[in-house]
Design a protein around this ligand. Structure first.
Ligand code: ACO
Length: 328
């Protein structure tokens, strides 16, 4: 049998602080009813002042390693999917490498916004299957609240902080592992979600930065329309590549950006409600953290078991989108 990359364990981390819909009612012109109906969200988490993305990533990594019974020194590579690193450089993956004492591991970040974990898992899978690595830690972690404008009611209600991590390990003679990945992009959609200030075009110190966007900008309606189609397309392509049909999927763990988007995508794919994992009500949109957080909670709640076929799908700024099929 060919070599595959099996998910040995999964870990997660969310900060303690909870932002409820009632809190948003107190800071912007909105209601619990509007937020619940339009997004499905009830709560999101927010990092403490002294935390940044590496804190989320490190805790998720520690839990994943402990649950796998793998020592940090056994890791060959750490890949962190994030669009909200602590700083431009060093990478979050390097900070995690230091924090957990992964002395032998290479470390780098992958940037694909809310679809980051899909991309990170693809990279980890390739490293393992090509025998560049035996054990790879793949993390998805983001801290969107640091770039959220809490005076803008159309975006501030959406975002939260959190993440998850998986330990990938090479295996032969198994049907488990990452079955296939689809990665897609359309840079023409770049203006639909962006954060202008802080990069090389408008550095924070530049006089130009004052007139540019310092917080996440999103054209919600445009992204909504794109998301429903993109999720369906990526999933169908992944199923085709793997020679599977939607009815072969045991659990669908989509990016948690909006309950209505998830429901529309599931309907397009013909997936029944019992096969769709949702925790958007607890965490909001945690970007690259959302899919591993979903996988973690699905496993913890007994909905995701070894041997099941799980389909993940994500989309985000770029525009980027993609899907993984995994035999858990
Ligand atoms: N409370 C009350 N009213 C609101 C709020 C709010 N929090 N936010 C917007 N509204 C109002 C608008 O002002 C508008 O009022 P108007 O008709 O008087 O102009 C009305 O509600 C309808 O606004 P829409 O934008 O059409 O509302 P919609 O139903 O599309 O929901 C939402 C908006 C939730 C943002 C939705 O478009 C969405 O989820 N889009 C996708 C977001 C997403 O998936 N992003 C993922 C990528 S993020 C990343 O990569 C970092």
């Amino acid at each position: 049998m060919p070599r595959s990359a099996v998910i040995r364990s999964i870990g997660h981390y969310v900060p303690d602080k909870i932002l409820t819909n009632a809190y948003f009612e107190s800071i912007v012109d909105t209601t619990d009813e509007w937020i619940t109906q339009r997004t499905g969200m009830k709560e999101r988490r927010m990092v403490a002042e002294d935390q940044a993305t590496s804190a989320i990533a490190t805790e998720a990594a520690k839990e994943a390693l402990a649950r796998a019974g793998v020592d940090a020194e056994e890791l060959d590579v750490i890949v962190c999917a994030t669009c909200t690193p602590d700083m431009f450089f060093p990478s979050v993956a390097c900070l995690v490498q230091r924090n957990i004492g992964a002395k032998r591991a290479g470390a780098f970040d992958v940037g694909a916004a809310c679809a980051g974990f899909i991309h990170g898992l693809c990279v980890g899978d390739a490293l393992v299957r090509n025998r560049n690595a035996e054990k790879v830690l793949v993390i998805g972690a983001d801290t969107l609240t640091r770039f959220t404008d809490y005076t803008d009611r159309s975006t501030c209600i959406l975002f939260g902080d959190g993440g998850g991590a998986v330990v990938l390990e090479g295996a032969e003679d198994t049907d488990r592992g990452i079955l296939t990945t689809v990665l897609m992009a359309d840079g023409n959609g770049a203006p639909h979600i962006d954060l202008e200030v802080g990069g090389t075009r408008y550095p924070a110190h530049s006089p130009l930065a004052d007139e540019k966007r310092k917080f996440i900008y999103m054209n919600g309606n445009e992204v909504y329309r794109f998301a429903v189609k993109a999720m369906g397309d990526a999933c169908n392509k992944a199923l085709d590549q793997a020679g599977l049909r939607a009815c072969d999927v045991d659990l669908f763990v989509p990016h948690q950006a909006n309950l209505r988007i998830i429901e529309s995508a599931a309907k397009r794919l013909g997936l029944t409600e019992d096969k769709v994992f949702v925790n958007v009500e607890k965490y909001g949109n945690t970007s690259g953290g959302s899919i591993p957080l979903g996988l973690y909670e699905a496993e913890q709640s007994g909905r995701l078991k070894q041997g099941m076929v799980v389909m993940t799908v994500g989309f985000g700024a770029g525009l980027v989108w993609g899907a993984n099929l995994i035999r858990w």
